[in-house]
Design a protein around this ligand. Sequence first.
Ligand SMILES: CC(C)(COP(=O)(O)OP(=O)(O)OC[C@H]1O[C@@H](n2cnc3c(N)ncnc32)[C@H](O)[C@@H]1OP(=O)(O)O)[C@@H](O)C(=O)NCCC(=O)NCCS
Length: 322
Amino acid sequence: MTYTRIAGIGSFLPEKVVSNQDLEKTMDTSDEWIRERTGIKRRHIAGAGETTSSIGLEAAKRAMQDAGVGPEDIDLIIVGTCTPDKLFPSTACIIQRQLGVKGPAAFDVNAACSGFVYSLDMANRYIKTGGATTALVIGSETLSRITNWEDRGTAVLFGDGAGCVVLQASEEPGILATHIHADGQYEDLLQVRSGVSVGYEKTQSGGAFIEMKGNAVFKRAVATFDAMARETVADLDGELGDIDWFVPHQANMRIIKAAAKKLGLPMERVIATVDEHANTSGASIPLALDQAVRDGRIKRGDTLLFAAFGAGFTWGSAMIKY
Ligand SMILES: CC(C)(COP(=O)(O)OP(=O)(O)OC[C@H]1O[C@@H](n2cnc3c(N)ncnc32)[C@H](O)[C@@H]1OP(=O)(O)O)[C@@H](O)C(=O)NCCC(=O)NCCS
């Protein structure tokens, strides 16, 4: 049987850091409010020359180096992003060219904050069925470009960043299970109202900005994290106690804590980077994973549970023997 193994990880954060104190100077908010409601202290923001592809490229290069693979080894590139450089070509194609990879499939997946887990699910299926042997799965976002800096209810929540895993076919597990889901009835709770086909006049400013009903999203997120973790563990005839590390999407520390509590997982076994990165959407799980691998918490052989939730609503999980 062919399994899919994480062979390497890399991440990249833009150099520019914006702290809560910086935001206090430009909007009616406070460090205390942001930390209390979200756990966020600071976020990285893409500079003028940085794009989703440029930061995704750096994360990919680091992951390839970590895995010891070159451009000639890559036969699939999937980028989970809801903030692509442009409508087309896809961010995956732009990164493919810059990496010097030619020929294999490269495409973007838009599942908002679940984009990385959706992409992981897809790459796993390609590899298990022999359609690819070495895949790059990248989560890369420049959410600052769709942030309305005049809306304190959303502006304080988001950040930019990128993370990447190199997945390889292996005889050893690997990705043990993935589940992805969507329920489109919640469009109104979290969306960018304007866009190419509906037109940009939908927002007063004529731009494309994140709009969110924070409270309602919060409640759905907590309930969904709990349900999807149980679904994944049950699918493997396992126990929640089998999980060494819970690596959730980093939206809000209160959501992460509530989900961990419902699952009976102590915070010592939860990877949380939302304080330093804020919500980086599809990049948040690979960014958190990379940090925990680098600082030595996550080790080879550990069992990991990824769980993501985002606009759509979309949600998805993956159980992995690292
Ligand atoms: C956004 C969120 C932090 C808001 O926290 P909350 O406890 O629900 O707060 P509310 O929206 O009820 O707002 C409470 C008050 O704080 C105010 N407020 C909102 N943003 C603020 C800010 N940045 N600074 C200071 N005050 C703020 C509101 O105006 C409101 O004031 P009022 O009571 O005078 O009307 C929270 O709902 C949340 O995290 N939701 C999920 C968001 C998320 O994770 N989305 C992505 C999912 S992938």
